[in-house]
Design a protein. Sequence first.
Length: 128
Amino acid sequence: MEIMQIIGLGIVVTILILVIRQQRPEFALLLSLGLSVMIFLLVAGKISLILDLFNDLANRANVNQLYLNTVLKIIGIAYISEFGAQICRDAGESAVAGKIELAGKILILVLAVPIIAVVLDTIAKLLP
């Protein structure tokens, strides 16, 4: 079970970080960043399975591929901005983390505008 590997790896690296942080805080940050990359690589294969499933569902439902791609980009921005913000928080830079999260939210809103416009247009056509 992959989650057990991830949890085990996380616990081991956390213990190492706690021991190393007192002597060499810069190495603790590098360990944290390395763990983040390793976990991402462990789950990266699953992402392609999810994308294939979404594409299959969109094709069955005759959903415009543009909308699916936009939703997937929004999900990607959310995950990536959260990942970047957590790394900044680990480094003690909460202000930078907040700016990354704000930028992610703004980019999500920018991508969502065309979808919101289509939904509002559809609602307007349904009303008398």
